[in-house]
Design a protein around this ligand. Sequence first.
Ligand code: HEC
Length: 105
Amino acid sequence: MRRKLVSLFRIIVLVVIPCVSQTIFASDVFNGKEVFMRHCVACHGSSGEGSMPGLPNFKEGKTLFKNDSELMAIIRDGRGIMPSFNGLIKDDDIRDVAAYLRTFL
Ligand code: HEC
């Protein structure tokens, strides 16, 4: 009985938890970069510093103090002259591009 419990516990730790956490937490920054290069680079620049005045500088970190859901809401809904990407970019891609923004810091 005890042995069975131990092996069940092993299965949970080694198989179930990694599978579940992958789907919940993993974001793919490489895909995020592709999304950024397609949809964001024109305004935000390849270095994240912004290609014109009035744009946030992602290297300063002020933006990146925001948590993931705040960043994703800005990308989804737009802000100021930044257009909304709702429906244009899949939710997974929005999550990935938000993760990519953090690489500028
Ligand atoms: C048409 C130009 C334009 C495009 C395209 C654009 N942005 Fe923006 N973005 C802006 C501007 C301008 C602001 C500042 C808005 C404000 O605060 O009034 C901004 C703000 C942001 C902010 C908030 C920064 C902060 O500190 O609050 C994030 C995050 C962001 N953009 C991410 C993205 C991502 C990711 C993409 C691509 C999916 C993107 N933007 C595409 C112009 C753009």
